[in-house]
Design a protein around this ligand. Sequence first.
Ligand SMILES: [Zn+2]
Ligand SMILES: [Zn+2]
Length: 175
Amino acid sequence: MNPLRIDVRELERGPRSLKAGLTARQLNLDEGQVRVSGKVAVHLTAERQSQGGVRVRGELGVEMELTCARCLEALSRPLTAHFNQYYQSNAHHSLTGEIALQKKDLEVGFFTGDFIDVSDIVREQIVLSLPMKPLCQEDCRGLCPACGRNRNRDRCRCGPVVSDPRLAPLLKFRN
Ligand SMILES: [Zn+2]
Ligand SMILES: [Zn+2]
């Protein structure tokens, strides 16, 4: 069962809060793109709005498994993100696809029937919050371009790499 599935009918009686811990599998996270350690903690409140839609507000917290962009060492980093999404029933907008498209631009989510699945927005927030170039430390020295050693740990004697224009034609064949 999906713990992030909200029964809209229950909201007629008032807002509903829920707390859940989800596995990467439950959230359908693409392991090639996002790796997490442990569960994704989600805390949210869903509330009926006067316009007929449902507002879902909440936050998530997770420990990300990342790779340093310079030295390629594994690192883990906590990530928190907030979300605030307005959902409308598809039933009100089945007339034209065009309206639905415009609404989508305004960040309105849609649901069909009596249930809203919030896992899409949780997954989206995690992916959006991924750092582009994670670093194990601000001044990570990265790998030596000559011998490949991790320069945070070892001091190799390669020195600065000198590029020799006479070698350039040869280097082309290495790839
Ligand atoms: Zn590093
Ligand atoms: Zn080296």
